[in-house]
Ligand binder design. Structure first.
Ligand SMILES: [Zn+2]
Length: 677
């Protein structure tokens, strides 16, 4: 008996981890795919005329079993993996993507979806149903379902070529990253570096059978070096090597690949009837189109630039005063910024950590959720977990009804990937009148408690916990009908609103008083620490805003116009960066040839969304600041119009219902201290 293919008989229908064996997954996947395929075939070949219910709704509910198995498996793959799980992932991933492609290319099925779509106006659908119909229709049309056969083939060719090029791009970046090493044999050259970085460099050198110390272009090695190393020439060497990745006219050069990628993306968009790749991507984003994104970025740029220039002048003066540097270069930025920050704030993580014992911070998040949304969290021991470090909670509302099952998995271990994330084992949805409640999890990598010391968080980890908890609330408070529109299934540039908005409570004395107590003395965190935390959070915000905007504008530059006239990558970048540059240009360096976000990962035409989300969260939190950070009415509106609604309507509509107007950048500019007068 395979526990994955049976109906779970566990508490709240939770995953029966203790009964699942690794070897159960592959047969369960095979059976799940087969079952889902049959469900899809039954919908496609239904002899009855296509209706919303027998086609669109039926598709939304199909493959439920496969989705459960997949989420259990891929969550383990991220948080508790081993060689066997890795092997299964390699085996099953192509099967799953093949199944997904088969659905998207199923012409019989598309005919039915299109028939329903064409009657849209006369069906008196709810807004949620309309959204579901649009979403399903577009999942076909955006993959070429409406094209004649020859153009369909062309599209497949382009897609194949694009995935080959992205892969090649990534491999080149990796090769270039590994090709460089800074090898140090004179201890004097380590001056300024923190102990940890020196130790790691020594270990690295030893592993390469070299004397001394080795530094690489990998972030954990590169960042400390350029931030702390006193030797300016060596910082320069590192920065130049970093910026030359993929731009050295060697076998790993990415210039031609970048130009090919943007041209193919443009051709693909045109084929599908869009003006540009950015138009194609942004159709399914809150920002809607490139004009809106560009005016968003340029508006912020106009407002942030004076602050950035002022900060740059201050930094230049500081470097001059400290070391007699006449002209601030790229390899000086991180170094003098860190020195200036130390001078201004002298805010040490070690001073803050005793106030942020993990259990207190988690209870703080629970208390905030209680005050805002009436939720209670009770730890329970009778729900199965995949590792003994995982804790489970029943989350209930004011009436004592179950809202969600919440899992928390906080400590690093072998088999768990880096970083922090929210995920779910089961989405929320309504079927046959029953509201199925979700199973939501947050996974982090915080310092483990020891025999003598509890887990004490850095302030950065505190905001990380609140961030992931915000995503979790989005999942837990979901209240939609169809699973594919539930919780965090929203447009990409909207998904960080619930998470980022929660971080704001970490800076509020009224909220910190609830949980930031010294773990030994129980003393509440001193107000001057909170002041320093806030001030240091907006340190050099102008410069970092300008940097983010420059990436967003470059991304838009590549993707919102016809790229066929572009012949030189460097010339094009120079143009795109004209308005955002502070440091002197380095002509041997380029950004795009190693800009993996947009040429390897899925962020093309999406880089703006980091800033977009910040504008949203600051704008939303401003209401709480005006009405009180625990104002029940505001919180209820946020829950009602944002958190519970998932992707059931266009995010701008949802947001306006909560806020009364479209988001404005003013609150962010104020919070970031960018309003220069
Ligand atoms: Zn997030």
């Amino acid at each position: 008996m395979n526990p994955l293919t049976q109906k779970f008989t566990t508490k709240h229908d939770t995953a029966p981890f203790s009964k699942i064996k690794t070897e159960d997954f592959m047969p369960a996947f095979t059976e799940g795919i087969e079952k889902a395929r049959k469900e899809i075939d039954a919908i496609a070949n239904n002899p009855e005329a296509p209706t919303f219910e027998n086609t669109i709704a039926a598709m939304s509910y199909s493959g439920e079993n496969l989705d459960r198995i997949s989420s259990i498996f891929f969550n383990l793959h991220s948080a508790e993996t081993d060689d066997d799980i890795q092997k299964i992932a390699q085996e099953v991933s192509p099967l799953l993507s093949e199944f997904g492609n088969d659905i998207r290319l199923n012409a019989t099925l598309f005919k039915r979806v299109k028939a329903v779509y064409n009657q849209k106006e006369s069906l008196s659908l709810t807004p949620e149903q309309t959204t579901l119909l649009d979403k399903q229709y577009k999942s076909f049309s955006r993959n070429g379902a409406n094209l004649p056969e020859d153009k369909k083939n062309k599209l497949r060719e382009i897609d194949k070529e694009l995935s080959r090029l992205s892969l090649q791009f990534g491999e080149n970046v990796l090769s270039e990253t590994h090709a460089f090493q800074l090898h140090i044999t004179d201890e004097k050259d380590l001056a300024g570096l923190p102990e940890g970085a020196i130790e790691a460099a020594k270990e690295l050198a030893a592993s390469l059978e070299k004397d001394g110390w080795a530094f690489t272009l990998d972030y954990p090695s590169y960042i400390p070096f350029v931030t702390y190393a006193d030797n300016r020439e060596l910082r320069k060497k590192m920065v130049l090597a970093f910026g030359a990745k993929g731009f050295q006219k060697n076998e790993f050069d990415n210039e031609a690949i970048v130009l090919q990628i943007v041209k193919l993306r443009h051709e693909r968009a045109k084929l599908l009837g869009y003006a540009s790749h950015a138009n194609f991507v942004l159709e399914e984003r809150m920002a809607e189109n490139p004009d809106k994104v560009k005016s968003f970025l340029n508006d912020l740029l106009a407002k942030a630039k004076p602050a950035a220039q002022k900060e740059f002048a201050e930094l230049t003066a500081f470097a001059k005063e400290l070391d007699g540097i006449d002209k601030l270069e790229k390899w000086d930025g991180a170094y003098y910024s860190e020195k200036l920050k130390q001078k201004l704030f002298n805010l040490d993580d070690e001073k803050l950590k005793p106030y942020f014992k993990l259990e207190n911070v988690l209870n703080g998040a629970f208390t905030v959720a209680g005050k805002l949304f009436g939720l209670t969290f009770e730890e329970v021991k009778d729900i199965d977990v995949y590792h003994k470090d995982v804790t489970t909670y029943e989350v209930k509302d004011e009436n004592g009804d179950l809202v969600a099952v919440f899992y928390a998995d906080f400590f690093p271990r072998k088999g768990k990937r880096n970083g922090a994330w929210m995920t779910s084992f089961k989405p929320q949805y309504v079927i046959d009148g029953v509201n199925e409640r979700p199973h939501v999890s947050i996974v982090c990598n915080f310092t483990k408690p020891t025999g003598s010391k509890p887990s004490l968080l850095t302030f950065n980890e505190v905001t990380t916990l609140f961030h992931e908890f915000g995503h979790a609330l989005h999942g837990m408070l979901a209240n939609t009908i169809y699973p594919s529109l539930s919780g965090t299934s929203v447009y990409w540039d909207f998904v960080e609103l619930p998470s980022q908005v929660m971080e704001n409570w970490c800076y509020e004395p009224e909220a910190l008083a609830l949980f930031a107590h010294h773990y030994q003395t129980n003393e509440i965190i001193p107000i001057e620490y909170i002041k320093k935390i806030k001030e240091s959070a907006s340190f050099q915000e102008g410069m970092s805003t300008l940097r983010q905007l420059s990436f967003g504008l470059l991304d838009m530059g590549w993707h919102s116009e016809d790229p066929n006239h572009i012949t030189s990558l460097k010339d094009f970048e120079t143009q795109q960066f004209a308005a955002t540059t502070l440091y002197p240009d380095v002509k041997e360096n380029a950004m795009s040839t190693a800009f993996s976000h947009i040429f390897q990962g899925g962020y093309s035409s999406g880089y703006y969304s980091y800033k977009w989300a910040e504008v949203l969260d600051a704008d939303a939190f401003e209401v709480f600041q005006e009405k009180g950070i625990f104002d029940k009415e505001t919180a209820t509106r946020f829950k009602e119009f944002v958190l519970s609604k998932g992707g059931t309507e266009h995010p701008m509509e949802l947001y306006k219902r909560f806020r009364g107007q479209e988001p404005k950048p003013d609150a962010l500019l104020k919070r970031a201290g960018l309003l220069v007068d």
